[in-house]
Design a protein around this ligand. Structure first.
Ligand SMILES: [Ca+2]
Ligand SMILES: [Ca+2]
Ligand SMILES: [Ca+2]
Ligand SMILES: [Ca+2]
Length: 336
């Protein structure tokens, strides 16, 4: 803290000044600097006229006679001082900690502050003392953590094994420290049934018209297994701590995926901060399961029989074979 004294034709403290005047100017300033420190703390976003502190009492100056007055030399954008009492308070201008340039990208709450200078003027302007002060701006939890979009889309290939990990978009919360992001949560839909089931996967749908169960006798069982997998959380959330202290949500595949059974899942991702009370928001997490070629084309029947008259002319149709492939776009009708 620096304190400078300006003499206006009167030596306010004869003994001290006689000694100080013998010293080189820089040392004179630095000796005075160690004497006084005006430091206050104030929560952001308060209304006007909030009392911050009393400069007079903190300097040990007796007021009331009107002989000593106070004046802000700097910092008056956000602060004001009562000329007679030395009471420091807020102005009409809102102090938004998240918008103060000096409060961005800091790692210590005490690094967010407003500096000011106040001059103390003696009787008949016989002397002036200039003091510097600092108001540390305390964070309040006035920002809700939010995702970059209300709907987050993730694409996952159906053959990804259990344990495969995907990075999810992070949310942002402009508040500081514990008022920032504390945790992410994955909300499973009731019954795990928030996604869209594949329509059987008979790519193109124009081939045989045969139902999945006809082509795949075990289809209903597979569907039951898929339903059970959906209910038991195919995906889980994991949150990693990054080197820069941020939290990184990750989605992990925890169950078997099969696009031909289910080609999308709709989950909810919630982010919460550590404020009191806490603020939170949610985004839809849409997981799209993409196709891989994991099905072979199959005929509708394993055995085809047809009667053919011995005098049939060349080119006479005998029978029609039907085949299907559950993968997307891979259906190729087979003809005799
Ligand atoms: Ca704010
Ligand atoms: Ca917050
Ligand atoms: Ca804040
Ligand atoms: Ca497939």
């Amino acid at each position: 803290m620096r304190k400078m004294r300006t003499l206006l034709g009167f030596v306010h403290c004869c003994c001290c000044c006689c000694f100080l005047l013998l010293l080189p100017p820089p040392l004179w300033v630095s000796l005075a600097a160690a004497k006084q420190l005006l430091r206050y703390r104030l929560a952001e976003e308060g209304p006007a006229d909030i009392r911050i502190g009393n400069v007079a009492s903190d300097l040990g100056i007796v007021t009331g006679s009107g002989e000593v007055t106070f004046s802000l030399e700097s910092g008056s954008d956000y602060l004001k001082i009562d000329n007679m009492t030395g009471e420091l308070s807020t102005t009409e201008r809102r102090i938004d900690r998240e918008k103060l340039p000096q409060c961005q990208m800091i790692f210590d709450e005490n690094e967010c502050f407003l500096d000011f200078e106040v001059s103390v003027i003696g009787p008949s302007q016989s002397w002036v003392d200039l003091f510097e002060g600092r108001v540390i701006i305390l964070d309040i939890n006035d920002n809700t953590p939010t995702f970059p979009s209300p709907v987050l889309t993730l694409t996952v290939e159906e053959n990804r094994p259990v344990g495969t990990l995907y990075l999810l978009p992070t949310a942002t919360d402009r508040d500081f420290g514990r008022n920032g992001i504390e945790r992410y949560e994955l909300l499973q839909e009731p019954g795990g049934d928030g996604g869209r089931r594949s329509g059987g996967g008979a790519g193109g749908g124009s081939a045989s018209g045969a139902s999945e169960s006809a082509l795949y006798p075990g289809g209903s069982k597979r569907r039951q297994e898929a339903d059970a997998a959906a209910r038991s959380s195919v995906f889980e959330l994991q949150v990693a701590d990054t080197l820069d202290g941020e939290k990184q949500p990750q989605l992990i595949v925890k169950g078997a995926l099969d696009r031909e059974q289910r080609d999308s899942y709709e989950l909810s991702l919630r982010v919460r901060d550590g404020g009191d009370p806490a603020r939170s928001s949610q985004a839809i997490l849409r997981v799209l399961i993409t196709d891989v070629n994991d099905n072979s084309p199959r005929f509708e029947k394993s055995v085809y029989e047809a009667d053919l008259a011995e005098n049939s002319s060349p080119g006479t149709p005998i029978l029609q074979l039907r085949a299907a492939d559950l993968d997307v776009g891979r259906l190729a009708p087979h003809r005799p």
